[in-house]
Design a protein around this ligand. Structure first.
Ligand SMILES: NC(=O)c1ccc[n+]([C@@H]2O[C@H](COP(=O)([O-])OP(=O)(O)OC[C@H]3O[C@@H](n4cnc5c(N)ncnc54)[C@H](O)[C@@H]3O)[C@@H](O)[C@H]2O)c1
Length: 332
């Protein structure tokens, strides 16, 4: 569904890729795109990834996403108008797409969408929701990383390993803190140079984002934007294990083969980044406690382990195995 917002005049896309397992669920992305069609493409690709994420995570929802293409600079008034427009469009879909936060939105924005939409996820805790999903997402990435480290290095421990995290935002900073606490040597990177001082204060190394994939490391963690793993980047990569939360990390699926054939273990983003959705649904739909919901997020370690074991046994890639697992669930 593509519409120009009546209040904001901005292009709004709501994409529902699959409803085979339940209503389409997925975040609302508000960001600037060079062309409105890039926002449309982003929504379609992200919605497809959400279908895979939900199916592999074993949650009864399909994949959706909504995207508003903002101008290069946005006033608070325009942003509010865009959210009202988005909420109205989602409301007109009668519950077939359920939104949550994504890049450019947060739990407080869900309150605005709820004025129009029948259901939203990740409301602030003060309004009965589970709040930001970035903490549980980081917990899930760490679970996937442990399984990956066991397969690649023979031990789940990160002590003494060098980890480069590209994207020092909500998830990236939580990952940096946890990995450093477990004894990893952490280097971070961000396009926002203002984050450099904080990173250095916390004792992390810093590398320019363009140089992050080539930085000598044991583990590379894409925690910023999609499309970071292009063939040209893979020829520079040094880390044998690549795992992170950024959605749609590969420029195209064939890159998974290239990574595999060059000896890199890449854990599909839709597997590693499912912690937020697993936690939020466990809390907000099933009413589980924080502890029980977090325990379910830790299940990502066993899922990752299964996919890596199958890929090794079948001579395939973890991506192929993850898609096969999702297919068996969505087509059952
Ligand atoms: N937050 C969640 O619960 C969640 C869940 C699933 C997936 N993800 C994905 O994980 C990634 C990080 O999420 P977040 O919540 O930490 O977002 P965030 O916006 O808090 O942080 C992203 C950071 O990346 C930086 N950045 C942008 N472009 C960059 C580039 N080219 N190189 C290096 N840094 C760059 C930004 O300046 C920002 O600091 C996003 O791709 C998001 O879609 C997040």
């Amino acid at each position: 569904m593509l519409r120009r917002g009546p209040r904001s005049g901005l292009p709004i896309t709501v994409a529902a890729h699959s409803r085979a397992l339940g209503p389409a669920i997925g975040g609302c992305r508000l960001r600037h795109y060079p062309d409105w069609r890039d926002g449309l493409t982003d929504a379609l690709r992200l919605a497809k990834a959400m279908t895979l994420k939900c199916a592999v995570a074993g949650v009864p929802f399909g994949g959706g996403k909504s995207v508003v293409g903002l101008p290069a600079t946005t006033s608070p008034e325009l942003r509010l108008a865009a959210l009202e427009d988005l909420g109205e469009l989602i409301g007109s879909l009668g519950g077939s797409y359920i939104p949550g936060p994504d890049v450019g939105t947060g739990p407080d924005d869900m309150l605005i969408l709820r004025r129009h939409a029948p259901q939203v996820f990740c409301l602030p805790a003060t309004h009965g929701g589970a709040g930001s999903s970035s903490g549980p997402t980081a917990v899930g990435v760490l679970a996937a990383l442990r399984a990956g480290a066991r397969h690649v290095f023979g031990s789940a421990s990160v002590a003494g390993r060098k980890v480069v995290i590209s994207g020092f935002g909500a998830v990236g900073s939580a990952l940096a803190e946890a990995l450093a606490a477990d004894g990893a040597a952490v280097t971070v990177s961000d396009v926002d140079d203002a984050k450099r001082a904080r990173a250095l204060d916390l004792g992390y190394g810093w590398v320019h984002p363009d140089d992050a994939p080539a930085e000598q490391a044991d583990i590379f963690v894409p925690a910023a934007v999609g499309g970071v793993l292009a063939p040209s980047v893979i020829s520079l990569l040094t880390a044998p294990l690549v795992v992170g939360p950024a959605n749609n990390q590969l420029t195209e699926d064939s890159v998974a083969h290239r990574l595999d054939s060059q000896g890199f273990t890449w854990i599909p983003d839709f597997v590693a980044s499912a912690g937020g959705i697993i936690y939020t649904l466990a809390r907000e739909i099933r009413g589980l406690s924080h502890e029980r919901a977090t325990a379910e997020v830790h299940g990502i370690e066993a899922t990752t382990d299964l996919l890596l074991t199958r890929a090794r046994a079948n001579g395939t890639t973890p991506l192929a195995e993850a898609i096969a697992l999702a297919d068996t669930r969505t087509k059952a």
